[in-house]
Structures are given as C-alpha cells and as structure tokens.
Design a protein around this ligand. Structure first.
Ligand code: BTN
Length: 338
C-alpha cells in the first residue's frame, strides 16, 4: 500500500533536540563549546542553552554553561530516535521512530498513524503518557521517564483470527528482554502479563483495524515498569518494577533495543512458520500454559478451572471445574487460585 510520510507530527520531540542529546552522549568525556554545538545542529547558541535547560528539567545531568561549553557524564536514558535507530539496524523499526516527551497514549497515536498510511514498523515512544491505556478499558500508570511506553505499528499479512498471536509474540519478546535484567526468570500470565513473584511489571495492549479477511493494521502497545522506585499505592500489591525487584536502576534504552530485536525475531518466525514455534515457546516459559488452577473472568461470566494448553490461534483452553468441559477463553482476566 502507498505510504504517506508524516514529517512533523505535532508534539513529537524536535529532531534538533534529539541531535543535541546524541552529540552530547557521543562525547561524554569532553567539553563541547556552545558555539560548536550550535553550528553542528544548526541553531543559535541561545537556543542550545534553552534546550539544555529543558533537558536538565527532564533529569539529564548536563554540566557547564554557554561560555565554557557542555558535557554529560553518562549517556542519558532518554529514548530519542537518533540513539535508537542505528542500534535497530536490520529490523523494520529503524526507519520511522516518533518520540514524545509527553503524549496521551502511544497506542492512540500509532492507531491514528496506521489510518494515515504510515509504514509497517513505525515506532511511537513516549517519556510520559497522560492517558496510558490498558486492557478492558483500564488505565496504565505511566510515570515520567521511569518506564517504557512503546507502540509498534504493524501491517501483518494475517487474517484477524490470528491477531491474538501478535500479543503472544510481544509477550515472549518482552519476557526474553527483561530476563537479562533479572535474577529470577519472569513468568507470562496468558495472554500477556509479565510477572515477577506474582506481581505484574509489563502489560501489552494489541489493537487493530481489520476487514473480515485481513488485518489492515495492528498496534502492539507495550508498557514496562522499569525504574519506578515505588508503585502507586493502589497498585503496589499487584504491580512491581524491575528496580523494585533488583534494587538497582536499569537502562531503558538497552531494554527497549533488546525487546525490539526479540520482537523482530519472533515475528519473523511467526510469519515464516505460523503459530507452532510461538506456542511451543509459550509452553516452555509460561507456568500458565497447562495445569494451573485459575479463575477466569470474561465480559459475561466468571468460573474456575485448570489451564489445558493453547488452541492454534493462541486462545487459552481451560478445563472447567463445573464439569462443562474445556472452555476456549478468547479474552478475559486470568487469576491464579490456590
Ligand atoms: C495491560 O496490561 O492492561 C496493557 C497495558 C499496555 C500499556 C501500554 S504503554 C504503551 C501503550 N500505550 C498505551 O496507552 N497502552 C500501551
């Protein structure tokens, strides 16, 4: 399909701020004069000063001032496109990366971009979401620069019935990426919650625009609690972050790069070989695959049972306690019961 390039999407981070950050990040050991920065990125020295002040407000530790020059001590953990794109080379995600310091929801932006013909692989990232969305109409708490808030626009050549497998692909990718930051292996609660010690640190919201026989576009939105020092009081019993679990900060940039590389690998495997390798991997890494006692809550009912594997479409099979046999669960909440 023909694609239209949206060059300056309102609200996205100015490419020259991105260039400024990248320049500083690539020269962490030296002081660069304001004049040199201004010349390299094509703005006035006053503008450089104003942007440096803005970055400081966002927690980037920039030393120096306009007379002597500037430097940063370490690469800032901000997910701007220039820092990401060369690390994503060879994947479809390197070409079109949109970054916001603040946005309502990266999924909402990516769905709109999908309507407007933006290409497969477009990434939408935000430091903060003011209306982050979760499954079943819930909200997603999106503290500034503490988590990863990422939406991937896909144009998968699959029928809508296979779309749940995209969620499994994303869950497996996030699980492999996060495992490197953790001492214990994370679990996946079907379809897409990543858990450590029974508490959730990552959720996935897949939305799509489909016709009866094909997916027009799909958006896979991934939220990961990374460097939250504590979770909001109403979530603390059920949610956690990588930092809470390990007692140290983690690089969001490195985690996101690993996530997207794993996503690319599982997605290609899915397109080439279909569902079987994805289902096999899910069976290996999720304690919810089979034999787990669960309570299922769907839009219409609640029941208890024992998980009994996945259907080829990714739907969960649950053997009901009430003797009504195996129930295929297309969507709903899954909770462990003892
Ligand atoms: C869930 O577990 O309920 C799904 C949470 C998905 C949150 C992510 S954060 C990035 C993207 N933008 C959103 O508004 N939601 C998803």
């Amino acid at each position: 399909m023909a694609t239209k390039r949206t060059v300056n999407l309102p609200g996205t981070t100015d490419r020259r701020v991105d260039a400024l950050l990248t320049l500083l990040a690539e020269n962490t050991t030296i002081v660069i004069s304001g004049a040199k920065i201004a010349k390299e990125i094509g703005v006035s020295r006053q503008q450089v000063w104003r942007w440096i002040e803005k970055l400081r407000l966002l927690g980037v530790r920039v030393k120096g001032h306009p007379r002597t020059g500037y430097h940063i001590e370490r690469v800032p953990d901000i997910l701007v496109p220039q820092m990401l794109s060369h690390r994503l080379y060879g994947t479809p995600f390197a070409r079109r990366i949109l970054h916001f310091f603040k946005v309502d929801s990266t999924n909402s932006v990516a769905m709109r971009l999908g309507e407007e013909g933006e290409p497969h692989g477009t990434l939408v990232l935000a430091e903060e979401q003011t209306a982050g969305r979760g499954r079943a109409g819930r909200s997603w708490s999106s503290e500034k620069s503490a988590g990863i808030y990422c939406s991937i626009l896909l144009r998968p050549p699959i029928p809508p019935a296979h779309a749940p497998l995209l969620t499994l692909v994303a869950g497996l990718a996030a699980r492999d990426a996060a495992a490197e930051d953790l001492d214990a292996l994370p679990d996946i609660r079907w379809p897409n919650d990543l858990l450590i010690g029974g508490r959730k640190f990552c959720g996935i919201l897949t939305e799509m625009h489909a016709e009866p026989d094909r997916v027009h576009h799909a958006v896979v939105g991934i939220g990961i609690n990374v460097n939250h020092a504590k979770m909001p009081a109403d979530l603390a019993a059920t949610a956690t972050s990588l930092r809470i679990e390990t007692g140290k900060s983690h690089s969001r940039l490195e985690l996101l790069i690993r996530l997207l590389r794993h996503f690319d690998r599982y997605y290609n495997q899915f397109l080439e070989s279909g569902a079987p390798p994805i289902l096999r991997r899910f069976a290996q890494v999720s304690s919810y695959y089979e034999g787990k006692r669960v309570r299922i809550t769907t839009a219409t009912e609640g029941f208890t049972g024992t998980t009994a594997g996945l259907e080829p479409s990714g739907v969960l099979r649950v053997s009901r306690d009430d003797g009504r046999g195996i129930e295929p669960v297309l969507s709903g909440d899954v909770a462990e019961v003892s």
